[in-house]
Design a protein around this ligand. Structure first.
Ligand SMILES: NC(=O)C1=CN([C@@H]2O[C@H](COP(=O)(O)OP(=O)(O)OC[C@H]3O[C@@H](n4cnc5c(N)ncnc54)[C@H](O)[C@@H]3O)[C@@H](O)[C@H]2O)[C@@H](O)CC1
Ligand SMILES: [K+]
Length: 537
């Protein structure tokens, strides 16, 4: 599903009004009517009407008519609220408008809507009215034109809304939520439903904001998605349909050569579990063959922990001691595969041999870089920029926020406050696909295009799940996906497997990374079936 940032939505509003000739007031009318309809449905669900069939008859709303408070800001979000108030009043509901700003500060369009509402005998809240006495509060205070932090005098009003503990329907976004980042003000409105205007905004799906939006209804402005994309919109939510559309059915006339070979350089003393997880994950995501590159000193006892399907290829030397001989051997081994994973549990010693480190940049295969290897690159003077500049084959990096913060030389808090922005910036500057992990994993490509994932749960916040994800993405690439789709499908299926595991046999506390393997099959079947359905339909 297409998501549109605050600035993009402003451009699209302008496009509709100035180029397409749809009057601004007509757009507001359609949004306000949609909000009114959503509220009527909500009240139906709350048992407000005596008989369902009476809805169309304005005078037939039940005698215990419910009360609706519409809290109106001075901008166009307030204008949408006033249109909704006008319809709800006409349909016979008891509506009271609360102005969040002095009347003489209303924007011209908002003022016109305010006057129309009053001329039709719409009522304002009286001094003694209490928001706690209504059934539904409509948050039409701030929308897409707002930027955090919130200014007075809005904050006391938001606290009054919270204290009232009523059902809130927010127009466009809950006041106090940043449309682009999902960051919130401490007094952010907690909505039960958000009716968002035109297209959904990324912040509605990102932490912590996504916990404040309730159910999302997209009120269309009749602008086709392709037009929005042609005018620069490039953010997407990975919905089940989107994931299914990227799923590739495996050809029937296939053999193990069809699905490529993954080579994995991972593990060090005490950390071979990371390598083992990546190996199995690459197989479970569909790779034809998975090679594990092991130093000669790795004991045979350890290797028995690896899946029997793993092909063990030795390189000379001891774990963590990077010699020219070891790297030369690895370069030759990587020539035998189509896709590589470098990093899980690998340790940091490579940073001491920059020349050998740069040799790996020339590997003529798609690489998935994770964990320690990213920290090694971040420790370079230019934080890996010249290493990435050397790559001539596709590269995917799968950092968690701390690893990404090191690569960017910013704080983890800065990364988390602007996940989309940093992921995009790095993907473009370094020509890599960034998979920024954490709740709501973000995928950014150099084009740039950005996706937000919704699957997964807190069970994934445990050691080893990142190694599984890196292995899966490599397995998908090896079996024929391009890096972008491998990241989308890998991230989606990985999160879905965590959800399935927690529904069926584990909990978010008890989930282990290795539990995911049992559920990858079910997760893949879900998106492959969804694809069949969408093809048939
Ligand atoms: N342009 C149009 O014709 C359309 C606008 N629409 C509605 O208009 C909204 C956007 O309208 P606006 O651009 O007027 O913006 P808003 O109504 O979101 O807010 C703008 C007002 O809020 C104030 N403000 C901004 N940040 C603040 C802060 N941190 N603290 C306190 N006050 C702050 C500004 O001074 C300004 O007066 C959308 O959210 C949507 O609801 C929709 O009806 C679609 C069509
Ligand atoms: K709002």
């Amino acid at each position: 599903m297409l998501l549109v940032t605050s600035a993009e939505m402003q451009t699209l509003d302008e496009l509709m009004i100035k180029k397409m000739g749809v009057p601004s007031a007509a757009l507001m009318e359609s949004i306000g009517l949609r909000v009114a309809q959503v509220i009527i449905d909500l009240l139906d669900g709350m048992g407000v009407h005596e008989q369902m069939g009476e809805r169309s008859n304005a005078t037939a709303v039940s005698s215990h008519v419910k009360r609706i408070a519409v809290v109106v800001g001075k901008g166009h979000n307030g204008a949408d609220g006033l249109v909704a108030a006008r319809y709800l009043h006409a349909f016979g509901y008891q509506v009271r408008v609360w102005l969040a700003a002095p009347e003489d500060e209303l924007a011209p369009m908002t003022r016109l809507q305010f006057e129309a509402y009053l001329k039709l005998q719409g009522q304002l809240a009286a001094e003694q009215d209490d928001l706690a006495d209504v059934d539904v509060i409509v948050d039409a205070i701030l929308g897409n034109g707002s930027k955090l932090p919130l200014r007075e005098p809005i904050k006391p009003l938001l606290r009054a809304i919270r204290k009232a503990e009523r059902t809130v329907v927010a127009i466009d976004l809950p006041t106090g939520l940043d449309a682009d980042t999902g960051q919130i003000d401490a007094d952010c409105v907690q909505a039960a439903i958000t009716v968002t205007c035109g297209f959904a905004k990324p912040g509605l799906y990102m932490d912590p904001g996504r916990n404040f939006v309730g159910r999302i209804v997209v009120a269309s402005l009749a602008l086709p998605r392709e037009q929005a994309e042609a005018h620069g919109a490039h953010h997407y939510l990975i919905t089940p349909d989107l994931a299914a559309s990227r799923y590739r059915k495996r050809p029937t006339d296939s053999h193990k050569g069809t699905f490529g070979r993954v080579g994995i350089l991972a593990g060090s003393k005490g950390m071979y579990g990371a390598a083992r997880l990546a190996v199995e994950a690459a197989y479970r995501a569909g790779a034809g063959l998975v090679y594990y590159f092991a130093p000669t000193d790795l004991s045979a006892a350890w290797l028995t922990a690896f899946p029997v399907e793993a092909i063990i290829k030795r390189y000379p030397g001891r774990a963590g001691e990077w010699t020219k001989e070891a790297i030369d051997a690895l370069v030759a081994l990587f020539r035998e595969v189509t896709t590589g994973v470098i990093g899980p549990g690998l340790g940091m010693n490579l940073r001491e041999n920059v020349e050998l480190l740069f040799t790996l940049a020339n590997l003529p295969v798609t690489l998935v870089l994770d964990a320690d290897f990213l920290s090694v690159l971040a420790s370079l003077r230019d934080r890996g920029q010249s290493w990435f500049a050397r790559r001539s084959f596709p590269t995917v990096i799968t950092p968690h926020p701390k690893e990404f913060a090191r690569l960017l030389d910013v704080s983890v808090e800065q990364v988390q406050a602007n996940r989309l922005g940093y992921a995009k910036e790095f993907a473009v500057a370094s020509n890599v696909v960034v998979v920024l992990k954490g709740a709501g994993t973000v995928i950014a490509t150099p084009q740039p295009r950005i996706w937000i994932n919704q699957t997964g749960n807190s069970g994934l916040a445990t050691g080893g799940t990142g190694d599984v994800l890196a292995g899966m993405i490599a397995g998908l690439v090896a079996s024929g996906y391009d890096v972008q789709d491998a990241a989308i499908v890998g991230v989606y299926v990985h999160g879905l497997a965590a959800q399935l595991a927690c529904q069926k046999e584990q909990s978010e506390e008890s989930l282990l990374a290795s539990d995911l393997f049992r559920w990858l099959g079910t997760a893949f079947r879900q998106i492959s079936r969804a694809m069949d359905i969408s093809l048939d339909g």
